[in-house]
Design a protein around this ligand. Structure first.
Ligand SMILES: *Cc1c(COP(=O)(O)O)cnc(C)c1O
Length: 369
């Protein structure tokens, strides 16, 4: 009998459940015979404002050079980040999205015989990256949909080398108080890498932003990750980064692909980082949109989890069914059953005011159907 080559893949790889991305607009358009411009996608926490003109200009300028390999050290972007955050360039790791950087942490610090701690309802990439390294995932029950830091601390065992923390968390939108997060960091054993994933940091109001970059000086086991995919509007280009102790950054840089961030993404991110006004507007408009959806959802009798990101997770009951009814109305949101264990909820990305309006009326109609 013929050998199935898949049988040779380690069992921990074969048992990985594939990541479920938000449904692309083009796919729904094909399925329903709708025009793409009539579809509203509020499923992947993208920035509804697109990108700013300076970023667009940088992208156009970068096109001239795409026959060449990108700068594998990302000099310009690292220099810009180093100025912004007051860290040395050796403390920065660039990634093909911050997802890539999370994988690098797993690649550098996890493996068979090791474990990683994360929370129930956490970002799906933490269990995925852990399992793909053959490490054991320790999922800690959530408290009020958020991370229970005390329980996460207690869950750390002799084999734990990484703790994954998302602040704010996706898909629940929950936020950890800066003092609580810092107290947690002080109590985690020094041998354990603590990843604080700040993909939504730009959406936090200033008084709620923890001083994670400052904490790096005192905690060589801290890895802070950020992305250009959300508030900066560059999800399609894939660029994110980690800030860490230079020796931790060095290990992570050794296991990354030499050219993991493409040249257009490098140029776009460097320009976008400078466009403070774009990010400030994204923050302000997101807050308005968040209030709009909170109020609208309450009016149609729905409960929601208070969110600190650019999305909100709403309890609709039979979420998969409501998801399908919304699709028929040309609105894509994200069910969070399955691995996220929230079978009654839908995660809704905050869109423009008119997109939010469209979502709310489609949601009201879908609930009555
Ligand atoms: C969106 C997201 C990311 C990263 O996305 P990239 O596009 O890979 O940068 C990381 N963490 C969380 C919690 C996210 O929601």
């Amino acid at each position: 009998m013929q050998m199935d080559p898949c049988e040779l893949s380690p069992s921990y790889v074969r048992s990985i459940a594939p990541y479920q991305p938000g449904k692309p607009i083009s796919e729904l358009a094909r399925e329903l015979g709708l025009k793409e411009e009539n579809i509203v996608k509020l499923a992947s926490n993208e920035n509804p404002r697109g990108i700013g003109p300076r970023t667009r200009a940088a992208i156009e300028a970068a096109l001239g050079d795409i026959a060449r390999y990108p700068d594998g050290n990302g000099h310009d972007l690292k220099t810009a980040l180093s100025r912004r955050y007051g860290v040395e360039t050796g403390a920065i790791v660039l990634g093909n999205g911050s997802n890539d950087v999370l994988e690098l942490v797993a690649l550098a610090f996890l493996g068979p015989g090791r474990s990683a701690v994360y929370s129930q309802h956490c970002f799906a990439v933490y269990p995925l990256a852990t399992q793909a390294r053959g490490a054991r995932g320790i999922a800690v029950p959530a408290k009020n949909y958020g991370h229970d830091l005390e329980a996460m601390l207690a869950a750390i065992d002799d084999e734990t080398y990484v703790v994954w923390v998302a602040n704010p968390n996706n898909p629940t939108g929950t936020m950890l108080r800066p003092e609580a997060l810092e107290a947690f960091l002080k109590r985690v054993p020094e041998r354990v890498i603590v990843v604080i994933d700040e993909a939504y940091n730009e959406y936090l109001s200033p008084e709620l932003k923890p001083e994670t970059v400052k904490w790096l000086r005192r905690h060589p086991n801290l890895v802070v990750t950020r992305t250009f995919s959300k508030a900066y509007g560059l999800a399609g280009l894939r660029v994110g980064y980690a800030l860490a102790h230079p020796s931790v950054a060095d290990i992570m840089n050794r296991v990354r692909q030499p050219f993991n961030v493409n040249s257009i993404a490098l140029s776009a991110a460097t320009a976008a980082l400078d466009d403070m006004e774009f990010v400030a507007r994204s923050f302000a408009e997101n807050l308005q949109g968040l209030r709009q959806i909170e109020e609208g959802a309450t009016q149609i009798g729905l409960e929601w989890i208070p969110s600190y990101g650019n999305f909100i997770t709403v309890r609709v009951g039979k979420a998969n069914e409501i998801f399908r009814r919304l699709l028929k109305r040309g609105v894509i949101v994200r069910p969070v059953g399955g691995g996220y264990q929230l079978p009654e909820h839908l995660r809704i990305t905050i869109g423009t005011a008119s997109e939010n309006e469209r979502l709310l009326s489609a949601l009201a109609a879908s609930l009555k159907e």
